[in-house]
Design a protein around this ligand. Structure first.
Ligand code: ARG
Length: 445
């Protein structure tokens, strides 16, 4: 017999049931611990407003904590005939405690429940993503510092352009992650507002204490307007997806550079042997498959905001079942990005750079602007200097001066890595994850 929270004893079409449940049985498992945390906060509040007795609260809290432990031990699953995580947890509680278990849903709807679960899940995932970004950031800055004296060609149009350096190359991706984190922080702040109490999307006639659940769950504030709170579904996922896409954009560009620079025709960097893959026919091959996969996976993540927007496209206000489908693309994205961040950090740490690139005369002309600038500093007008060097090059008598001096902020000789590091630290502190963690620990005491 199917267990539905909304079952009023009419029979349920099995095909329709399978279709409407979709991937929820798998995906909702990621939300399970958060569903329990939300319920613990909700029942504490229900007691405060007189909808639960102190004894009932204690029994419910104990039951929920046991369910939480089952989830942590990996023993939680959504049973045959049960629709989703919200129904499963209520069912488990009711099996343990009888009718008291059915009291936890007063003043709630699965609409605010799933929204809350997604927000708590997202907070935890953002915390993990942030840690991985921070690690990659440090690896990049380390490589930038270690190799700051080593020059390499810079390109425009993939044509040899001007001198660059490994200090600049690695450091550029570190600074790119700073801006990605600013994006993620903005998404985190929008996420970290309590939707609980919006119920089906229109609040409740119970005098719910939403300020109390906001505090208990460690949110910064509330989504006040209950209609707006419900509009957060889809919007939350989209905003966070934009931040994930931004990080993915950094990784995919880095991955392409790495593939290119690792090619024999460039030979600027060398991937460690254990990070390359072979060919079934060509015995000499050491392919950069890892970076190719990072590039593709990260390009896929860059499509995530678009996918979410299309799923929610043109929905009016209020809940719609369409929103369930966002979970299919949203929930797995964190793991996919995490894998890419971890492996990128590992390889970047191991990468070897070629210190002798400039011995090859094909790069001589990238010093042309250095020569123009030297003449300008000697008093020649820029346009005349430009012309003279151009004619020297045409005549084949240009001699590159490879000893260069760049001093301005963010240039080869003055990377400003400390300033970049400071910006990152400021952003990381602003997340203030400990507030959320402490609140969650408190709920489980
Ligand atoms: N699985 C549903 C979702 O993800 C849960 C909310 C169901 N609410 C409803 N009114 N049918 O959206």
């Amino acid at each position: 017999m199917a267990q539905k929270l909304w079952d009023k004893n009419s029979s349920i079409n099995k095909t329709i049931e399978t279709f409407t449940i979709g991937s929820d049985k798998e995906l909702d498992r990621f939300l399970a611990p958060y569903d329990v945390l939300g319920s613990i906060a909700h029942i504490q509040m229900l007691k405060e407003i007189g909808l639960l007795e102190a004894g009932e609260l204690e029994m419910l809290r104990k039951g929920l904590k046991e369910i939480y432990a089952t989830i942590q031990e990996g023993g939680f699953r959504i049973e045959e005939g049960v629709e989703d995580v919200h129904s499963q947890i209520e069912l488990m509680l009711t099996r343990k405690l009888g009718d008291i278990g059915k009291k936890i849903h007063s003043g709630r709807s699965r609409n605010d429940q799933v929204l809350l679960d997604l927000k708590l899940f997202t907070r935890a995932q953002i915390r993990e993503t942030t840690g991985l970004v921070q690690h990659l950031f440090h690896v990049l800055l380390e490589q930038s510092e270690r190799n700051k004296e080593i020059l390499m060609p810079g390109y425009t149009h993939l044509q040899v352009a001007m001198p660059s350096s490994f200090g600049l190359w690695f450091g550029a991706y570190a600074e790119s992650l700073v801006d990605d984190m600013a994006f993620l922080l903005a998404a985190y702040r929008m996420c970290n507002k309590n939707p609980l109490g919006s119920a089906a999307g229109y609040g409740s006639s119970f005098p719910l204490d939403r300020t109390m659940t906001t505090r208990l769950l460690g949110f910064d504030t509330l989504n006040y307007n209950v209609v707006y709170a419900q509009m957060g579904r889809g919007r939350l996922e989209r905003n966070v997806a934009f931040a994930l896409a931004s990080i993915a954009g950094t990784l995919s560009k880095l991955a392409y550079d790495a593939c290119l620079f690792n090619s024999q025709n460039f030979g600027f960097i060398k991937l460690p042997d254990d990070c390359t893959t072979g060919s079934s026919i060509m015995p000499h091959k050491k392919n950069p498959d890892v970076f190719e996969l990072i590039r593709a996976k990260c390009n896929k993540i860059q499509a995530l905001p678009q996918q979410i927007m299309m799923i929610c496209n043109n929905l009016p206000s209020g809940y719609f079942r369409d929103l369930q489908i966002t979970k299919e693309v949203y929930i797995p994205a964190f793991r996919e990005l995490a894998d890419c961040l971890e492996i990128t950090a590992y390889i970047i740490h191991e990468i070897k750079v070629n210190p002798d690139i400039l011995n090859d005369s094909r790069y001589d002309l990238m010093f042309s602007v250095e020569e123009v600038n030297r003449l300008v500093q000697g008093g020649m007008p820029f346009r005349d200097a430009y012309k003279k060097v151009g004619l020297d090059i045409e005549a084949g008598c240009f001699v590159p001066e490879k000893n260069i001096r760049h001093t301005h902020e963010g240039s080869i000789g003055n990377l400003c890595n400390d300033q970049i590091r400071q910006q990152m630290e400021q952003l990381l502190q602003a997340f203030n994850f400990s507030k959320a963690t402490q609140a969650e620990e408190e709920l489980l005491k």
